[in-house]
Design a protein around this ligand. Structure first.
Ligand code: 3PG
Length: 207
């Protein structure tokens, strides 16, 4: 599966911050129960790598990526933990090189036309618009579609259940990223039924 194939598995890729290792597998199961298979586990907590490993082992239908990769070594560490793709808030020459050398598909963050040109020069036709709402949102995606008609975006950052449908209707959007399907309070409370309901609602955003 290419990265684009992965992103097209569903309309919403949840951006997950997992503080407790024991929450990882039930959280993944709750999201899958709602129909969401593609998960981004952010490298923002000490248990992030363990969370990726645990989900890979226990929830084989999950397609697990690791996000918040900012340094080249993060990419290899994510791959070693079992992630099948990486996500970054931005891009750097070192990170793009590491993705090419390391064999882990990378979804880099872009915010400007120049960023898009940089990722295209690295051969990548899929990237995030991040932080999407701050970077111009829908108007920016429409503007980028002119010079880069074959570039596909995953807008992330400031996207929610209300604004997602308009993003998903754009021809250059494969999916959106967002944290709203797994709110911190529900994860802490272990309210998996509520998270399954949010995931199911997110899945319905694109017919
Ligand atoms: C992030 O990096 O935290 C993601 O972009 C999620 O943003 P959101 O909380 O606005 O969905």
């Amino acid at each position: 599966m290419t990265l684009l194939d992965i992103l097209r598995l569903g309309p919403v890729m949840p951006v997950l911050v997992i503080d407790e290792r024991d929450k990882a597998v039930p959280l993944a199961r709750a999201l899958l129960a709602g129909g969401i298979r593609v998960l981004e586990i952010t490298l923002r907590t000490p248990v992030a790598f363990d969370a990726v490993r645990a989900i890979r082992d226990a929830v084989p239908d999950a397609v697990v990526g690791m996000g918040t990769l900012t340094r080249p070594q993060d990419l290899s560490a994510a791959r070693d933990a079992g992630a099948v793709f990486g996500v970054s808030p931005g891009l750097s020459p070192g990170l793009l090189d590491a993705a090419e050398d390391g064999g882990l598909p990378l979804l880099p963050g872009t915010m400007t036309p120049s960023d898009v040109m940089t990722v295209r020069a690295a051969g990548l036709r899929v990237c995030k618009l991040f932080p999407a709402a701050v970077a111009g949102g829908l108007d920016m995606l429409k503007a980028l579609h002119g010079p880069f008609p074959d570039q596909v975006f995953c807008p992330t950052g400031g996207v929610d259940v209300a604004t997602a449908p308009a993003y998903l209707a754009q021809p250059n959007v494969a999916c959106v990223g967002g944290s709203w399907v797994a709110p911190k309070a529900l994860v802490q409370a272990g309210d998996w039924a509520a998270i399954t309901a949010l995931a199911a609602a997110a899945q319905r955003l694109r017919g």
